[in-house]
Write a protein that binds this ligand. Sequence first.
Ligand SMILES: Cc1cc2nc3c(=O)[nH]c(=O)nc-3n(C[C@H](O)[C@H](O)[C@H](O)COP(=O)(O)O)c2cc1C
Length: 423
Amino acid sequence: MTTPTGTRRRVLIGVGGGIAAYKVCSVIRHFTESGHDVRVVPTRAALEFVGKATYEALSGNPVSTTVFDDVDEVAHVRLGQGADLVVIAPATADLMARAAQGRADDLLTASLLTVRCPVLFVPAMHTEMWEHPATQANVATLRSHGSVVMTPASGRLTGTDSGRGRLPDPQEIALVGELLLDRPDALPYDLAGVRVLISAGGTREPLDPVRYLGNHSSGKQGFALARAAAQRGASVTVVAGSTADPGMPAGVDIVRIATAEQLAEEMTKRAADADVVIMAAAVADFRPISVADAKIKKGDAGPAPIELTTNPDILRGLVTARDEGRIPHETVIVGFAAETGDETGGVLDHGRAKLARKGCDLLVVNAVGDGKAFGTEDNTGWLLAANGDETALPFGSKTLMSSRILDEVRQLVPDGRGARPTD
Ligand SMILES: Cc1cc2nc3c(=O)[nH]c(=O)nc-3n(C[C@H](O)[C@H](O)[C@H](O)COP(=O)(O)O)c2cc1C
């Protein structure tokens, strides 16, 4: 992955004394391979897990844990003031406690007091440590200071335990870090308690037990929305069809479906308990009228024509359900339009017509075809609002685009909706 902006930035990676320190080597590698100037500052406890030589070799820079090395350069001031992004991973319970208190008892915590750039804490610890009121209070304090504290993933922990507290995938940490380099204010903690339901990926309409009609959707845009919403505090459920992404954003629930009808059922059922519904999935308009029980044979007569029938219009169905009171009238509904221009109009014309037809609150319009949007890391488009506002979404990572979409969504979520406590 290359830097989205193509510029070399200074990234300070602070490593705490947790078992997940070895995974952070991949994060260091990501930022150096993206062309950034990386400085690694481990704590003394971190060096119990991974040695100084590894950090020096991976970053190409010297490593120290104390303010008393290179005193002539006053390292904690130089490192902190010079950084464009700080990533603390694994952020141990102890390290977050020290940072929340403003302690400066080693090079890392002293540097944290001199930074003016975005700071991303990536916690990793046992579930009990994460859920402890002291840790949660420290997390709240760090957020109130303007730091981004990632929601840990759920899964296998040290030993045989499993639960919430696992370090998110290095790829996820890198994507969130790159977002903060692109846009330092991209992740305010302003969706706490807001329930966001997102559809992602493509649907597959079976023809027989081995074949299906599908599309090129990778699910990356839906996952990017989930990533950005979760890190802004939302409780996020993704209903996903076929996707190319290896993992899922941390702290997000996932429900798997295959067909458009299954997607319609899940979205309609779950929308009643959501504050925001975003339809980012690429849903097949049509499906085969019947599914063969056995594999269709080649035969001598050549292929039989495939008869198709129309799938449910999920976005329109959600708006109708809201109009009829089956889902709360204040639910914010966002659609996506993947368009190609044709002789009847350009991409934006088709988007405007779709917004009017569907009746949703916001419609994200992007051009597809010629390698655009489907499967790519970056995206661009327009955000059309029911009130007639039209905002250009500049070219950038799908996570960056998601942060801009969520800014507009946040304006539409009624006051008080974002105030419920969340984990
Ligand atoms: C094997 C082992 C694994 C540990 N893993 C974690 C962990 O994942 N998260 C955590 O918060 N503390 C963990 N600890 C405890 C920390 O190492 C300890 O609190 C230490 O003081 C943290 O130092 P720091 O502030 O430099 O990160 C672990 C300790 C041991 C011995």
